[in-house]
Design a protein around this ligand. Sequence first.
Ligand SMILES: NC(=O)c1ccc[n+]([C@@H]2O[C@H](COP(=O)([O-])OP(=O)(O)OC[C@H]3O[C@@H](n4cnc5c(N)ncnc54)[C@H](O)[C@@H]3O)[C@@H](O)[C@H]2O)c1
Length: 271
Amino acid sequence: MQAMVSTQNDGALLSGRVAFVTGAARGIGLAVSQAFLEHGASVAMADVQAESVRASAEGLAGEFGDRTLALALDVTDEAATEQAADAAVERFGKVDVAVPNAGVLLLRHSVDIELDDWRRVIEINLTGAFITARVLARRMATLGGGGRIVFTSSLFGLRGGRENAAYSASKFGMVGLAQSMAAELAADGILVNCVCPGQMDTDMIRQLFRDRAAIRGIPESEVRGALESRIPAGHLGPLSQLAGTYVYLASSLCDYVTGQAITVDGGWQVG
Ligand SMILES: NC(=O)c1ccc[n+]([C@@H]2O[C@H](COP(=O)([O-])OP(=O)(O)OC[C@H]3O[C@@H](n4cnc5c(N)ncnc54)[C@H](O)[C@@H]3O)[C@@H](O)[C@H]2O)c1
């Protein structure tokens, strides 16, 4: 079946579309929410940090009016996700783009990871994304207008790395989940893809610098410098550049793209 997400034809790429973005209080989720709004969508912004996501949505509401909705949500809670999805549909009439993006980082050698920490990373990054995707997919299928699911995986969803076992396993799992859902949901006009960011300039990456510096007993600046020197583009990724890939995957520009993992990494993978 042809992808069927409807648009109002006023020139904006996402005009008339309604998105549900998790982990939207800050970082990549906030940048994606802003880019979607700039391209004409309405956005339900969900995050476990209730105050923070409310403040972020209010900040955007100044420019984008009533096209934002803040939702307090722990993505590991399926019943709460059902309620949040209902609230978005009640407010905007539908949801046709889901961005399971909420995630946490754990830097630990595989032999040293506490099992509780392993489970927390898998539970938030993989199970939480699965819950968001299927709760929204059910609504898209019921509403019958097709849709888009754009997961935030990672470059570590395509390759492993030192001190990255739990995080990398969760992000590899997401790529397999996206491929499976893409095959299943194409008949409903729902396209499912992953964005795999390299090293983006967010709080999460600054935490990585701190943690890795502590593990290796070297200054944070040395960790950052070593990492940036491995990126052919020479610097961490700007969030505005990353967000454009989500806009593309949510738009009619890619009606024949599904089951893909698209890397946005300044050339890191090939450099
Ligand atoms: N920053 C990078 O370089 C990078 C690279 C590749 C992938 N990613 C992925 O992008 C996503 C966003 O990363 P970021 O850099 O913006 O991180 P961030 O830490 O700045 O933001 C993550 C957001 O997720 C929210 N969150 C965490 N647990 C949650 C839960 N259980 N329920 C709901 N919300 C929850 C946090 O409150 C936070 O607002 C993550 O999935 C991350 O793994 C980031």
